[in-house]
Design a protein around this ligand. Structure first.
Ligand SMILES: Cc1cc2nc3c(=O)[nH]c(=O)nc-3n(C[C@H](O)[C@H](O)[C@H](O)COP(=O)(O)OP(=O)(O)OC[C@H]3O[C@@H](n4cnc5c(N)ncnc54)[C@H](O)[C@@H]3O)c2cc1C
Length: 471
């Protein structure tokens, strides 16, 4: 981009904020158009309803954000976020059994979404390199000469104005109007894949017992997987201000607690172990139950479009939205911004930049979509051959074998955790090194209960699982 060019980012969520920061290193000026009026500090807002629910930022996403905005993770930790080492600081019941707590090789940052968004936004705005227009809703794209030339904006008072741009980046999230905006310009919408396991979330915040958010592990409990039945999951994550955020989730056909009174009973009845219910049974709830049904995997392919207009890019959830259970959306948003930065530095054109952004989201896409395709009632409307090809049943059996081994074998677990945290490529699971590790590495006995230490149980006043019998 030339130093006199103007870039406009639609949406001031995480993807838009990070993309704008990357653009500001290359463009003459950058404007972010955000429909909401943003809070002056950590706070909820209409445009990011998922912020009520548990969010985990994987190590790859944290590293990418730190590379773009040095010191971000340190600020989050200083504000009360917890750095969880995987698989040492989390107790996990996967659909195939309990995970041993091996020496951590990766990590995740846990805090509420409002805190994370606020610190990232503040880091970006402090640079003073971009202009944020709040209460400004993008309603249409403008085009001329085969390229995008700007955006039509509706202000909070209903007035509409035009903003000229040399480059427009759509970061308006899952509900992006991009397909309609393109149709209005007589541009065919990009190809779309959808893999929808019907994910539902129900979340509450609780006051954690004193000291628990710093020293008790994160908890993630699934239920044994029956391919013909809906799946249920529950997490207890430590967040800032000595609170636990507790999210219960299910796939299509599953139920979620509708009311406050059902929350604990639901966790006890539906999950594969009472740990989540026991943890919340004696602590004070701080919020009502919030629900979300925004969990489909959905990917657009602008990079395949032969008539894609010059000067238009798509990032974040607008481009690829994931089942949130895997915790990949924020890391994918960061990877989009890093790809944008790299390609602009190399002088790439719109098509090449969008290809690089598509490549950056491919690993999280296939990890989430291929796993979800195995859930009962999952709706698949996709052309990705990895999801609809004849080898999918075989791939799922291999994926199950990998999970089985990683529960009990530390080196296999380290590789799998590297891939899940997006720190290593998904191709690593097909490498000869990994395949020989799968056969070679010895295994510990399978666990038959949560691997909690006596001092951890004392902290949360749970005597019940003090002895962990081995199978
Ligand atoms: C229930 C749930 C739990 C999740 N948990 C995790 C997790 O654990 N880990 C993880 O990494 N990810 C998680 N995600 C995904 C994560 O929330 C998203 O990937 C992330 O917020 C992507 O951000 P975004 O900026 O692309 O979109 P959004 O966060 O949706 O932001 C879009 C922004 O655009 C603005 N906007 C919308 N329309 C317009 C318009 N026309 N004009 C101007 N502005 C507009 C909105 O106000 C908003 O600010 C979860 C998602 C859900 C639904």
């Amino acid at each position: 981009m030339s130093r006199s060019s103007h870039a406009v980012v639609l949406g001031g969520g995480l993807a838009g904020t990070l993309a704008a920061h990357a653009l500001a290193r290359h463009a003459g000026s950058v404007t972010v158009l955000e429909r909401d009026v943003l809070p002056e500090g950590p706070g909820h807002r209409r445009g990011v309803p998922q912020a009520r629910h548990a969010h985990l930022l994987w190590s790859n996403g944290a590293r990418v954000i730190d590379a773009l905005l040095p010191g971000t993770t340190d600020r989050l930790l200083a504000a009360g976020a917890r750095r969880i080492g995987f698989q040492g600081d989390q107790v996990t019941l996967t659909v195939r059994g309990w995970q041993h707590r091996f020496e951590p090789t990766q990590f995740a940052v846990l805090c509420t979404r409002p805190l994370l968004d606020w610190i990232v936004r503040d880091q970006v705005l402090r640079t003073g390199r971009l202009h944020l227009r709040q209460g400004a809703e993008a309603v249409a794209l403008r085009a001329g000469g085969g390229r995008i030339t700007g955006v039509r904006v509706r202000e909070a008072d209903g007035r509409e104005t035009d903003v000229d741009a040399d480059l427009v980046v759509d970061a308006t999230g899952r509900a992006s109007g991009l397909r309609h905006w393109l149709a209005d310009l007589d541009v065919r919408p990009p190809d779309k894949d959808v893999v929808d396991a019907g994910i539902g979330y129900a979340t509450r915040l609780f006051a954690a017992p004193p000291g628990a958010t710093g020293a008790f592990p994160a908890v993630n409990v699934g239920a044994p997987h029956d391919p013909d039945e809906p799946a249920h999951f529950g997490v207890v994550y430590p967040v800032e201000d000595d609170r636990w955020i507790v999210t219960l989730s299910c796939t299509r056909g599953g139920t979620l607690p509708a009311h406050e009174d059902d929350f604990e009973a639901f966790a006890r009845a539906r999950l594969g172990h009472p740990l989540v219910a026991d943890l919340i049974g004696s602590v004070e709830p701080l919020t009502p139950v919030f629900h979300s049904r925004s969990g489909a995997n959905r990917r657009l392919y602008p990079e395949r479009h032969d008539g894609w207009p010059d000067g238009l890019l798509v990032v974040g959830d607008s481009l690829t939205a994931f089942n949130p259970v895997y915790g990949h959306g924020m890391s994918a948003a960061a990877r989009c911004a890093a790809a944008l930065d790299r390609e602009l530095a190399a002088g790439a054109d719109t098509r090449r930049i969008q290809e690089a952004i598509g490549a950056a989201v491919d690993d999280p896409w296939i990890l989430a979509a291929s796993k979800d395709a195995g859930y009962a009632g999952c709706r698949i409307d996709a052309t990705d051959p990895r999801l609809v090809g004849e080898h999918t049943a075989q791939q799922m059996r291999f994926a199950d074998a990998i999970i089985d081994k990683s529960l009990v074998a530390p080196e296999v677990c380290a590789t799998v955790t590297g891939v899940i945290s997006l720190s290593a490529g998904q191709a690593e699971l097909g490498s000869s090194r990994f395949l020989s590790l799968m056969h070679r590495e010895g295994s510990l006995p399978k666990l038959s209960g949560p691997p909690l230490r006596p001092e951890e149980l004392d902290l949360v006043r749970l005597p019940a699982y003090r002895r962990v019998p081995s199978a």
